[in-house]
Design a binder for this molecule. Structure first.
Ligand code: MN3
Length: 203
């Protein structure tokens, strides 16, 4: 049961001008493919993981033998994080949240702009490579960042929304201006998919 890079459900240029087509090609076709190939290679070395989904593996990294745990965390994480990332973006999207997630964000953070500020601030302060997340924790919604390809699933948290703050996600277009990338990214959020994830996470 090999992991496969999911095809984009929109064109590479569809997220322009916020995310450029060249970045999408490199990010999806090269970076994500490499994580996926390395994830398959890592999992193939660990019989205990055969038949498990990426989510199941990341939820229980303790089950991975020490010698393979870093490779599995980095590459199965890289595979799954990017798979979710493409799905929470869409063309002709963005704007204020809708549905149940809008209500939950309003309850937890007040105005949407205050939530955006908190999320962007977490992305800006993530030192080096990583991801910024909105997760569902047992106590409710939470904004956090993780380093490298670490998944909140490994901390018992459910990923609802995520932004890639590795330089490969924005450097071609935004160079060192991570804050500009973080601000522009809100124009491509697929709130329908975020609501679907929120609904599943709530069980
Ligand atoms: Mn990436």
């Amino acid at each position: 049961m090999a992991f496969e890079v999911p095809a984009l459900t929109y064109a590479y240029e569809a997220l322009e001008p916020y995310i450029d087509a060249q970045t999408m090609h490199l990010h999806h076709d090269k970076h994500h493919q490499t994580y996926t190939d390395n994830a398959n290679a890592a999992v193939a070395k660990v019989p205990e993981l055969s038949g498990k989904s990426a989510e199941q593996i990341l939820e229980d990294l303790d089950a991975v033998p020490d010698a393979f745990r870093d490779a599995v965390r980095n590459n199965v994480g890289g595979f799954l994080n990017h798979s979710i990332f493409w799905s929470v973006m869409a063309p002709n999207a963005g704007g204020p949240p809708t549905g149940a997630i809008a209500e939950a964000i309003a309850k937890a953070y007040g105005d949407f702009s205050l939530f955006q500020e908190k999320f962007n601030d977490a992305g800006l302060k993530q030192f080096g490579s990583g991801w910024t997340w909105l997760v569902l924790s047992p106590g409710g919604l939470q904004v956090l960042s993780t380093g490298n390809q670490e998944s909140p699933l490994s901390m018992g948290l459910e990923p609802i929304l995520l932004n890639d703050v590795w330089e490969h996600a924005y450097y071609l277009k935004y160079q060192n201006r991570r804050a500009d990338y973080l601000a522009a990214w809100w124009n491509v959020i697929n709130w329908n998919e975020v609501n679907r994830r929120f609904s599943v996470a709530k069980g």
